[in-house]
Design a protein around this ligand. Structure first.
Ligand code: FES
Length: 133
């Protein structure tokens, strides 16, 4: 796609056109699904988590949404692998997704918020399944 047609940088376009970690995880340890009230887009993140270390071992996403939402969820799944659930709960937010993407247009920041919300919902799901307060 020509530069003149898009507000998006190369990294965003790459994650939109070649999304990483798309799909579902068989036997996921946690699933988070959220919807954006404003636009109706839906995002789901599935995680495999090491019960001993509390580390995210694998992540997949499915996004029914705009290109920014697809790019943000793709980038989010690459950023969270190898991180602990504690670290992700306390220190991960959409700013890190936007930064890793090299920026998003201001009207598309909410798409990265949706990706972080899906992640946080998955972490909540994991804690609920494991009886962690
Ligand atoms: Fe809905 Fe991007 S416009 S998530």
């Amino acid at each position: 796609m020509s530069e003149s047609y898009t507000l998006y940088n190369e990294t965003v376009m790459d994650h939109f056109v070649n999304p990483r970690n798309m799909g579902d995880l068989k036997d996921a340890d946690a699933v988070g699904e959220v919807g954006a009230a404003a636009c109706g887009d839906i995002m789901k993140i599935s995680l495999k988590i090491d019960d001993v270390t509390g580390t995210v071992m694998d992540a997949r996403f499915k996004t029914f949404g705009c290109g920014s939402a697809i790019a943000a969820s793709s980038m989010a799944t690459t950023l969270i692998k190898g991180k602990s659930i504690d670290e992700l709960e306390k220190h991960f937010n959409n700013d890190q997704i936007v930064e890793a993407l090299g920026g998003l247009p201001p009207v598309k920041i909410h798409c990265s918020v949706l990706a972080n919300e899906a992640l946080q919902a998955a972490l909540e799901d994991y804690k609920k399944r494991k009886g962690i307060k």
